[in-house]
Design a protein around this ligand. Structure first.
Ligand SMILES: [Fe+2]
Length: 281
């Protein structure tokens, strides 16, 4: 008897989720206001009573109307980042990248596995994508892939982080604190790059690079930009297409794009129940 192929659970957002002001406002109210986001120490220092501030591993996070504590929001993510201890590192570089795309495109790109082979075929060529491991941790997400034997890891000229175990010295981590704070780790850096939703079609990516004291910040920022800008360029091109009447989200791959369907589901779960009159129904 013929069996139908397994398919991923479908929770795909409509095209207007990527450009309409109505969607943007709903997300601000029901997703961004109630979750935690990486913020700069200087923002935390001048936060008034309207912004809740907490720290994890020396990193500052803020939330306008937190639905849960930062510790609960992080959940199992602290264990999933392996031996990295950001509190033992210092910020050695930062840059803000502004791009003409919806913030969700950047997050979806970050948690997509398939694009590693294509979009980053040179910038991340040192890593063995066939051994990429990823898992959902509640709303968060964590991943790891080892460097190919004999290949030079990203930023291998920078001082390696002294406290890492062997696995983390020989691999690349990519993680997400839901909804908009990606992280990436290598032997010589721990970086966060929050995707701030500025307008429906404008995103500011706040790249913050941590490393051992004395690391060349400008070189580590350039390394981070080498793959982040590849992602942003793709997001901007997709943004240009989402208004087309021919645009639709196609079927997603069962495993390698499953994190995207999970991300959509989490967004809808937060938005729809509290909005019975929502146009999303
Ligand atoms: Fe990417």
């Amino acid at each position: 008897m013929a069996m139908s192929a397994p398919t991923a659970p479908v929770h795909q957002l409509p095209a207007e989720a990527y450009f309409s002001q109505e969607w943007f406002d709903l997300e601000q109210e029901h997703v961004h206001a109630t979750t935690w986001h990486r913020i700069d120490p200087e923002v935390a220092a001048r936060a008034s009573g309207s912004l809740a501030v907490d720290t994890w591993e020396g990193l500052h996070f803020g939330s306008l109307r937190p639905a849960q504590s930062l510790a609960d929001a992080l959940g199992a993510l602290p264990e999933a980042i392996g031996s990295f201890r950001p509190s033992e590192l210092v910020e050695v570089g930062r840059t803000d990248l502004v791009a003409a795309c919806n913030w969700k495109l950047f997050i979806e790109n970050h948690i997509d596995v398939l694009h590693l082979w294509y979009l980053h075929d040179e910038s991340l060529a040192a890593y063995d994508h066939t051994r990429f491991e990823h898992r959902s941790l509640g709303e968060n997400w964590a991943s790891y892939e080892p460097v190919r034997p004999g290949s030079a890891a990203l930023a291998d000229s920078a001082p390696p982080i002294g406290h890492l175990d062997e696995r983390d010295r020989a691999g690349l981590g990519a993680h997400l604190l839901f909804p908009d704070t990606p992280m990436a780790t290598s032997a010589s850096f721990f970086l966060t790059y929050r995707a701030v939703a500025v307008e429906p079609e404008v995103t500011r990516v706040e790249v913050r690079v941590l490393g051992e004291p004395g690391s060349a910040g400008s070189e580590l920022v350039a390394t981070a930009r080498s793959f982040i800008e590849e992602d942003l360029d793709a997001c901007v091109r997709i943004q240009q297409a989402v208004r087309s009447s021919h645009f639709e989200v196609g079927p997603l791959a069962l495993d390698h794009e499953r994190p995207i369907t999970a991300f959509h589901h989490q967004l809808l779960r937060r938005i729809i129940p509290s909005n019975p009159e929502s146009p999303l129904r």
